[in-house]
Ligand binder design. Structure first.
Ligand code: SF4
Length: 244
């Protein structure tokens, strides 16, 4: 197809193609297992510097012992560290979880607030985590910007910035509020499966005809090979990770 003339036009095509490739709502696309906003907030804090699969191995025992903010706020720090040790950075994460749970209990009646202005006052919660919780748990507009989202947004010419807050602002201007959470998750899935940091597989990419960074002469690394950064099967097909 002819390249869309405007940035918004390009963003619209990108969003539509990715929605076809990775179908589902933000809640269905989120790989962190959870039953409510509190569990998602805990899981998202734990997900820093590790995989969602690793977090999902840890959270069932954690949530069984600490099902809400009041329970987590009174957890023994050493025991909490033991429970989350395998996710890495476990001391800092335990401090964040305890502080976050205490803040929820003290200031929000034990409930996770949906407003960005409130979420970012919680220990261990920045805009990225807050946007995950807003979009996945509450269905509110929220566009988490991680390393994949930033890289793809720049390659697709949707932003020039390296600053996650500026990237978020630039993408917010191009993506309708209701679609922002799913758009972010789809960029992440595409960044893992196709548009990897080192070897973007442009010749097989569904965005190649509208992407200003496409290199159609690039060698294709087969999906599933050890050199491919794809983390598992067809990303979108594994959605719906809410625990029953
Ligand atoms: S065409 Fe290449 S650079 Fe552009 S989004 Fe696809 S894989 Fe990434």
């Amino acid at each position: 197809m002819a390249r869309p003339r405007s940035l918004k036009g390009r963003a619209t095509v990108v969003a539509a193609r990715l929605a076809e490739l990775y179908p589902g709502t933000a809640t269905e696309l989120c790989a962190l297992e959870h039953r409510d906003p509190f569990e998602l907030l805990v899981a998202t804090i734990l997900s820093a510097q590790t995989t969602d699969a690793r977090v999902n191995l840890v959270t069932p025992a954690l949530f069984a012992e600490y099902p809400d903010a009041a329970a987590l706020a009174s957890a023994d720090p050493d025991h909490l560290e033991d429970l989350i040790r395998s996710t890495g950075f476990f001391r800092a994460k335990a401090r964040s979880l305890l502080g976050m749970a205490q803040a929820l209990a003290d200031r929000f009646d034990g409930q996770v607030p949906p407003a960005m202005a409130d979420l970012v006052t919680l220990p261990g919660v920045g805009r990225k985590t807050a946007n995950v919780v807003r979009s996945v748990a509450f269905g509110e507009p929220g566009l988490p910007v991680d390393t994949h989202v930033g890289r793809l947004a720049r390659r697709l010419g949707l932003t020039e910035s390296e600053d996650p807050e500026v990237v978020e602002r630039d993408l917010d201007a191009l993506v309708p509020p209701a679609g922002r959470g799913a758009f972010s998750l789809r960029l992440i899935l595409h960044g893992r499966a196709v548009c990897t940091a080192r070897r973007p597989r442009c010749p097989t990419c569904v965005l190649a005809d509208v992407c200003p960074s496409a290199r159609l002469d690039a060698p294709v690394v087969p999906a599933g090979s050890r050199r491919s950064a794809r983390a598992g099967g067809r990303p979108g097909a594994a959605g719906g990770r809410r625990r029953a």
